[in-house]
Ligand binder design. Structure first.
Ligand code: 3HC
Ligand code: NAI
Length: 704
């Protein structure tokens, strides 16, 4: 159990919170802080108190694992600590290092002064967990920083670096050098200066921009559709201006508790722990050595190669880029440069930074030029014979021990490993499936081949973190986790269109559910021709007895490849990305439906959502049974970070648990009677029969 200690540094009492790794306010910690505050208060030799986190110094706030669980009745909470700090007749100085977040910042805001080391970030990230700050953050922060700064921090949950926080008055001093020494010196100064020592609660919020609430409301109406917490944050900050301080604190707590109990918060907390869980991979431990990746190379400078090279440059890793088509290589470099120029123009990065990143990307004319790289990623056309040839050439060109990865979307990476037996036997081949645009999308599916060594996997997982990616490990199968699930989803889109829904109906139902984009708009963006080519190539594999919709094929036959040709499921004005419904498409769909003898009807949003999401749940269950996905929460992360599934719904498997697997099973089994592709997965059968959910499965696997 965590605690807190008190040490004397001359006339300064230093309270150090000790609850590794991030000093969360777990049971026992607030009580320990209170006791140390009392001791320091009663010690006549102490004139001022420094309060800080132990270890690396982080103060991560409330213990997230405790939310929704009973707190022992006689155990103090953070909300007992805060008034005790404010009652202290001796000035209390928060000394911050690393991170000071959530309840950690709320505690610091209740102190008389705050100092921090330069690398510290402060923030109120509660909104990202589905609730507003619940220990006074919404009332104190707008009294310390100006209202628009506080509002942005609380509504968006963004972290502010120390220097900026000092500019906004959140910090009284940024300490260079040793934090403890600096904090003690600061405390001595303030103690010598004598009272009064300022408290946030006594200040009046400064409304620096009278239009800020309305503007933020409008922004949230667009950006936070379907969510409660961001608006709840805004309402709480508004109360800092309209209510007396103590009344504001009381109301904030009510809103906090209501939000905490919501499905939205449960989902977001699930995602928080899912992200940390995903790093746990069987066979890979802290002791597994990860090799340094000091130089990388990419083969294929198309859409993906261009984005992946940018990821490396952004992470400061030198990367060589090659393509058999010199024109493609030139276009890639021009695209990367123009991407950086536009970021400079928008003030996101400085010119020197852009130049430095650009300089990390070295074009090379042949594949032999990749020699010396610690890791090479192949991103050539999605054709197995071509990839085999590229792998063989790379095997010969690369240093011994270099990792060769494929960015394939679907192909058998075990087979690719077999084409380079020496490297396979060294455990150096696996899949690294980035998502488009690679420099933007956070997901990286790491495809674990049968031969990949723990060291190779650990190297790629560590690299993913450096690249700022969320890595999810998947086994080898057609399409891995995400794309394999996607097939059922897009198939149902075409069926629903034939049965009477329009592209607008389908997209509106799914964006109404919370998907970032509707599936028809996504198809137009990605290009309909890509999957068309694949369907044609795989036509001989299709079971002719099963239902097949020709809607997408027909669009392609008319040259409607999506945005790139100005027409797909929608039409587009030149230079615009806004989808416009097109009667030609409605007629084409009606024609295809008539040919298949399908009677069209009006289809409601609820049915659309079920028909598109239940196949995902069913396929997700199969992936779990087959061990392709390690846990249901990994499937959630894939769909949230790679396919625009709403984070605040916790991912598709978490959402399914909320609906109830018995209910989903019933619908899937009913649809199975009349339509192909609905056979319930064995795991769905079992869980539904046992009255269990995917979360039970994950919990059991964790041994808890
Ligand atoms: N409660 C419980 N556990 C926490 C935690 C918290 N607030 N913050 C982090 N942890 C755990 C993680 O789950 C992880 O556990 P694991 O090793 O068993 O997987 C461990 O601490 C280390 O965390 P990370 O792996 O995330 O470490 P990083 O160094 O990458 O990041 C961090 C550190 C920036 C502090 C990050 O953990 C983080 O963002 N934490 C959450 C901060 C937050 O949201 N605070 C608000 C809490 S709600 C609140 O305070 C309510 C208040 O208003 C009343
Ligand atoms: P692309 O068509 O944009 O680029 C492929 C590039 O490979 C072309 O520039 C081509 O000239 C080059 N190339 C072909 N043969 C080569 C060879 N022998 N040596 C060197 N270069 C060669 O393709 P895209 O979209 O970038 O896809 C690449 C790979 O990434 C494919 O396997 C694809 O399935 C996968 N992928 C694609 C995604 C997407 O959204 N486009 C998403 C995730 C993965």
């Amino acid at each position: 159990m965590g605690g807190a200690s008190l040490e004397r540094h001359g006339a300064i009492g230093v309270i150090t919170i000790d609850n590794p790794p991030v000093n969360a306010m777990s049971v026992g910690v607030p009580g320990a802080i209170l006791s140390r505050l009392e001791e320091a208060g009663a010690d006549d030799a102490i004139e001022a108190i420094v309060l800080r986190g132990g270890g690396r110094g982080a103060l991560a706030g409330a213990d997230i694992a405790m939310f929704g669980k009973p707190w022992p009745e006689d155990e103090p909470t953070l909300r007992h600590v805060i008034p005790a700090i404010e009652r202290s007749t001796k000035p209390v100085i928060a000394a911050l290092a690393g991170y000071c977040l959530g309840g950690g910042l709320e505690m610091a805001l209740s102190c008389h002064y705050r100092v921090a080391s330069r690398e510290t970030g402060v923030g109120q990230p509660e909104v990202l967990l589905g609730f507003p700050p619940g220990a006074g953050g919404t009332q104190r922060l707008p009294r310390i920083a100006n209202v628009s700064t506080a509002l942005a921090m609380i509504v968006d949950g963004t972290r502010v670096p120390a220097e900026k926080a000092a500019e906004h008055g959140i910090l009284d001093r940024v300490i260079e050098g040793d934090l403890l020494q600096g904090a003690v010196a600061f405390a001595e100064e303030r103690a010598a200066g004598g009272p009064p020592h300022p408290l946030a609660r006594d200040r009046t919020p400064v409304l620096d921009d009278p239009g800020i609430f309305e503007a933020t409301r409008e922004r949230l109406a667009r950006r936070a559709r379907g969510q409660r917490a961001p608006l709840a944050c805004l309402e709480c900050v508004e109360m800092a201006l309209s209510l007396p301080f103590d009344e504001g604190i009381r109301r904030e707590r009510e809103v906090f508790e209501a939000c905490m109990a919501s499905a939205e918060s449960k989902a977001l907390r699930h995602v928080f722990f899912a992200e940390r869980q995903a790093r746990r991979v069987p066979g890979i431990g802290k002791e597994t050595p990860a090799r340094p990746v000091e130089r990388a190379a990419i083969v294929g400078a198309g859409t993906m190669g261009t984005g992946i090279a940018t990821c490396f440059a952004n992470a400061g890793i030198p990367v060589r880029l090659t393509d058999s088509d010199g024109g493609a290589l030139e276009r890639a470099l021009a695209a990367i440069r123009s991407g950086y120029e536009s970021r400079v123009a928008r003030g996101r990065i400085g010119t020197a930074d852009a130049e430095a990143r650009m300089a990390l990307i070295e074009p090379v004319e042949t594949m032999e030029g990749v020699a010396g790289a610690d890791l090479v990623i192949e991103a050539v056309f999605e054709e197995m014979p071509l990839k085999e040839e590229v792998f063989r050439t790379l095997d010969a060109a690369c240093d011994e021990g270099a990792i060769i990865a494929s960015n394939t979307s679907y192909l058998d990476v075990n087979h690719l490993a077999d084409t380079v037996p020496r490297r396979r036997d060294a455990g150096c081949v696996l899949g690294m499936h980035f998502f488009s645009p690679a420099q933007v999308m956070r997901l990286l599916e790491v495809v674990r081949t049968d031969s990949a060594s723990p060291e190779t996997l650990a190297t790629v997982l560590a690299l993913a973190q450096r690249l700022g990616k969320l890595a999810v490990v998947a086994g080898v199968c057609h399409g891995f986790i995400g794309n394999r699930m996607l097939e059922g989803y897009t198939r149902q889109v075409r069926f629903l269109l034939e049965e009477g829904a329009s592209p607008v109906d389908v997209d509106a139902a799914m964006t109404g559910f919370g998907m970032a984009m509707g599936p028809c708009a996504v198809a137009d963006l990605a290009g309909l021709d890509v999957s068309w080519r694949k369907r044609k190539a795989d036509a001989h594999l299709r079971d002719p007895s099963k239902r097949y919709s020709a809607v997408a094929d027909r669009l392609c036959e008319r040259g409607r490849f999506g945005q790139k040709t100005g027409a797909g499921y929608y039409r587009y004005e030149p230079g615009s990305r806004t989808p416009i419904p097109d009667p030609e498409v409605d007629a084409l769909i009606a024609e295809v439906a008539a040919e298949s003898g399908i009677a069209r009807r009006s289809i409601g949003a609820d049915e659309i959502v079920e028909r598109l999401l239940y196949p995902l749940v069913n396929e997700g269950a199969r992936l779990l049974d087959e061990g392709i996905a390690l846990r249901a929460s990994d499937v959630d992360l894939v769909w949230i970070n790679g396919y625009g599934f709403p984070r605040w719904r916790g991912g598709v498997m978490h959402w399914a648990d909320g609906v109830g697997l018995a209910a989903i099973h019933e619908t899937v089994a009913r649809l199975d009677e009349s339509e192909d592709y609905w056979e319930p997965a064995p795991l769905l059968n079992r869980l539904a029969a046992d009255g269990k959910g995917f979360a039970d499965l994950d919990r059991a696997a964790r041994g808890g």
